[in-house]
Design a protein around this ligand. Structure first.
Ligand SMILES: [Zn+2]
Length: 394
């Protein structure tokens, strides 16, 4: 691989990592996944832009076939390779790495590295990059909107439809054509295998999207009303304020909330809140209602005071255990050793001076203490502080 490509890849990894850290700093109260998706959207835009710039004749965007890669194509591929390396590392930091995602990354990394090393078939690879990246901003936007609280809105539906349409066209029409071109041309076996691998991953995702849509359409065709409308025996109209938060599968959730707070109060509250605050509000109402149903007198406060009493009891036990340990530790301290103020006990002090007197030294410099360090703060003392913190927090 040429030197300038290696330095492009290394600076690319640094660039994406820095971008991620910046995004994480800007969206402090958003999740790791949210920030990662923002970086992914930036990459998709950059990759599609670079891929479009590298096209030599728009009459045949994949031409020239089976030829040496141009410098622009190599740079575009280096940028995406650096992004894939960054994203693979990022995925490992997040939660359990997803199998299909990791396979996608590894296939991409090995494929692009092979292409860059041979310096061949840049047109086909850049075209593949364009096809794979063109749909990803729509997928990420959908997830970002979900986290911002716009779940089940027309906006998310629009992104869903756009994503499904663009993904299907790019991956299942453009993709197979490119794979066919790559497989029939005179290429090294590794490049052919990678092209086939990428297409198989695309086909797997296409199958997942298809299954999701079939499931979604079958559930909407059954047209079951939300739990609230079912409970109140009324027609669940599109845009029903309760529908996103009270799914028909959880009838007791609305029953409890209605019993404690009243349906009209809940509707009023939801209308006053911003869309992204509603889910948290409903969860809080449902939790409080459930506690109140279980304990009509105290509700949530009952649970809190039970836990508080438990913490206090455990704190007392911990204090007693600490006092015992401290007593044992004092008795083990060798005589003549400077006793830290916390360890000083009348008994220990008496034994030290008595022994010194007996050997005629009075604890002077001649009396060497054995090599025992002054006891550091005992490890259990940290528990005392965390216990206090719990108490204060509650
Ligand atoms: Zn409804």
């Amino acid at each position: 691989m040429e030197d300038y490509i290696v330095s492009w890849v290394i600076s690319g990894v640094l660039f994406w990592t820095t971008t991620f850290l910046l995004v994480r700093n800007v969206f402090r109260d958003r999740s790791f996944d949210f920030c990662n998706r923002v970086v992914s959207i930036v990459h998709a835009a950059v990759a599609v832009g670079l891929a479009s710039l590298s096209v030599q004749h728009w009459g045949c965007p994949v031409c020239p076939l089976a030829s040496r890669s141009s410098a622009v194509q190599m740079k575009a591929l280096a940028v995406t390779l650096s992004y894939l390396i960054y994203d693979l590392i990022c995925c490992l930091f997040d939660k359990i790495p997803r199998m299909d995602n990791s396979v996608h990354h590894i296939v991409g990394i090995v494929g692009i590295t092979a292409g860059l090393a041979y310096g061949m078939c840049g047109s086909e690879m850049v075209a593949a990059m364009w096809l794979t990246e063109i749909s990803s901003p729509f997928l990420h936007m959908r997830e970002l909107l979900k986290e911002l609280g716009y779940r089940d809105t027309n906006l998310t539906l629009a992104f869903d439809i756009l994503f499904a349409a663009i993904f299907s066209l790019a991956r299942m029409v453009g993709g197979p054509y490119l794979t066919y071109v790559t497989l029939t041309a005179d290429y090294p076996l590794l490049i052919k295998a990678m092209a086939l691998g990428l297409q198989l991953v695309s086909a797997f995702w296409f199958y997942k999207i298809l299954r999701m849509w079939v499931m979604a359409s079958s559930s909407s065709s059954s047209n079951s009303p939300c739990a609230a409308c079912k409970f109140l025996r009324r027609k669940c109209i599109p845009g029903c304020i309760f529908a996103p938060y009270f799914p028909p599968e959880e009838p007791h959730k609305f029953a409890n909330v209605h019993k404690i707070f009243g349906a009209s109060n809940v509707a009023k509250l939801l209308n006053e809140l911003l869309p992204h605050q509603r889910e948290d509000a409903v969860n809080s109402l449902a939790y409080e209602a459930e506690a109140r149903v279980k304990d009509p007198v105290y509700g949530c406060v009952g649970a809190i005071s039970v836990l508080q009493r438990q913490v206090q009891r455990l704190q007392k036990e911990l204090d007693a255990a600490n006092a015992d340990l401290l007593r044992y530790a004092c008795n083990d301290i060798p005589v003549g050793l400077p006793v830290p103020p916390t360890m000083a006990s009348p008994m220990g002090a008496y034994r030290g001076t008595e022994f010194s007197r007996r050997i005629g030294n009075r604890g002077g410099p001649l009396f060497q203490a054995p090599a025992l360090a002054v006891p550091s703060p005992p490890p259990w003392s940290t528990d005392i502080f965390s216990g206090e913190k719990i108490l204060r927090r509650s």
